[in-house]
Design a protein around this ligand. Sequence first.
Ligand SMILES: Nc1ncnc2c1ncn2[C@@H]1O[C@H](COP(=O)(O)OP(=O)(O)OP(=O)(O)O)[C@@H](O)[C@H]1O
Ligand SMILES: [Mg+2]
Length: 323
Amino acid sequence: MPLLEIDNLTVSLFQDGTETPLVRDVSYSIEPGETLALVGESGSGKSVSSLAVMGLLSKALRVTSGTIKFDGRDLLSLSAEEMRKLRGRDISMVFQEPMTSLNPVRSIGAQIMESIEENLGLTRAQARARAIDLLKEVGVADAEQRIKQYPHHFSGGMRQRVMIAIALAADPKLIIADEPTTALDVTIQAQILDLMARICRDHGTALILITHNLGIVARYAQRVNVMYGGRIVESGAARAIYNAPRHPYTEGLLRSVPRLDQDRSIPLKPIQGSPADPFASISGCRFHPRCPYAAQVCRTEVPLFKDGLACHFPLSANTREAV
Ligand SMILES: Nc1ncnc2c1ncn2[C@@H]1O[C@H](COP(=O)(O)OP(=O)(O)OP(=O)(O)O)[C@@H](O)[C@H]1O
Ligand SMILES: [Mg+2]
């Protein structure tokens, strides 16, 4: 049984008397212990679809259709209190900017212990011991001393490690990491991603890794969902998508990021045009105005999502540009 199963999820913004879908008919599932990447440009709906799973949508946003099942439970029917218990204990989230998620006036130890005490019902002394163990596990040296310090005593990479320790506090079944490393420099990014991958493997934790960078996906994720304009446009095994993208948007994303297996002298090529705007009215495939392969049918008909792809003219070995 999948750990998380999302079916036909649509999330809309209600504003000034109008309803604008931000996430459109998204379906996917994740197995226990699996790492799944959500990839796409800014505004593609990665965060909104994940916040819907967490029950953390802001006031103006609402799930208008679809179902979200976690461990066999229908999350959309849970009360606010039940969702609060589920967060932290079963599902936790790591955000991009740890400085805004950490409380600047409380010690690191207090913040990790709070989550442990709340979710595991341990005594203070036990919670403190576990907090120290967790800090050690995420690679914070001298954890016994560091636990007394405040967020501003930590570098960006170290703060992100602390956030991972907090996410791990109750040994959740699923962690959603929303761009956990974009604020960090490249070397530290790789260290943090390696750390998350190792920890999830060791604990059997499923991981949803949200990123702009399709280049890192092949290394860390088993499967990937490529999102554009609130929809999943391509999904499949990370390796296969990395080596042979079938959607023109995926191909474009791959050309715009450095590849691990590529000569660094090959210039990167951004996708032409600007990222999808949920307020723009675009007929047919939402990617068609930017697609180098678009034909008439792409302008008039929304391609159905079938066999892991929503495209009227999937790329094949013959049509694909060398990426
Ligand atoms: N609370 C909100 N009110 C209004 N619009 C919103 C809100 N949250 C998100 N949006 C809009 O919904 C769309 C999808 O946003 P989302 O944050 O999911 O994108 P994303 O894929 O996570 O992008 P990024 O990579 O920049 O984080 C965007 O156009 C965004 O402006
Ligand atoms: Mg986001």
